[in-house]
Design a protein around this ligand. Structure first.
Ligand code: DX5
Ligand code: ZN
Length: 220
């Protein structure tokens, strides 16, 4: 079974110690770094903007996976592309011309992702699946780290994998929210390609051991 990509979210890091947080992700063996951008409109909290992405870009070669939880993502897309994101994912619920925006991201040479909140069905993004490099399935209602996994969202991973196979597509499937050592076996059954993990990663004393424990759920 193909091992998942682990994408720790710096949302759960101490923002006064971001450099150390980035180094801890690098030394853990996780492959990606997930950046949760929130605007206070699409979701209640405000986190950080493109400058955080560009400052982190200068510090690391990790794959930077930017998750825009913002209204009208098309207004800010060039700022986040210029900041050095490797992938940009925005919400289907936040954008009317999603297909156009996915093309803009891809034309700039970056990976393009679409995300759906728990109440949005996969059927809503069917026409976009040809144009995406990844689908980010929210397994909590977006906005906060440390929330409880919503298991009913996991069937979307199976649904997307079936469509991918049937249509001969090659997008990656990510899950975001509520994954920790207590829920990993429940998540692993659905075999997502990417695991976004925030609070559980940063709460772990030994982050390398944590990443190994997460991966070992794939062998069970
Ligand atoms: C939530 C964010 C997540 C968050 C996950 O809106 O999109 O990326 O950091 O945090 P945990 O793993 O704590 O649920
Ligand atoms: Zn996220």
């Amino acid at each position: 079974m193909k091992m998942p990509i682990i994408a720790p979210s710096i949302l759960s890091a101490d923002f006064l110690e971001i450099g150390a947080a980035v180094e801890s992700i690098e030394s853990s063996g996780a492959e990606w770094l997930h950046l949760d951008v929130m605007d206070g409109h699409f979701v209640p909290p405000i986190t950080f903007g493109n400058k955080m992405v560009s400052d982190i870009r200068k510090r690391t070669g990790l794959f930077l996976d930017t998750h825009l939880m913002i209204e009208e993502p098309e207004r800010h897309i060039h700022a986040f592309l210029d900041a050095g994101s490797d992938a940009i994912t925005f919400h289907a619920e936040a954008c009317i011309h999603s297909h156009r925006l996915l093309q803009t991201i891809r034309h700039s040479g970056k990976k393009a992702g679409i995300s759906i909140v728990p109440s949005t069905p996969v059927s809503q993004i069917l026409p976009l699946l040809q144009a995406v490099d990844q689908v980010l399935v929210m397994t909590v209602n977006p906005g906060y780290g440390g929330q409880k996994l919503l298991p009913f969202c996991l069937s979307k991973v199976d649904e997307l994998r079936d469509i991918r196979k049937k249509e001969g597509l090659d997008f990656l499937i990510a899950v975001d929210g509520g994954t920790n050592l207590s829920t990993i076996s429940q998540v692993a059954i659905h075999e997502p390609d990417i695991l976004v993990i925030g609070s559980a990663f940063f709460a772990a004393q030994d982050k390398q051991a944590f990443a190994c424990s997460i991966r070992s759920a794939w062998n069970e």
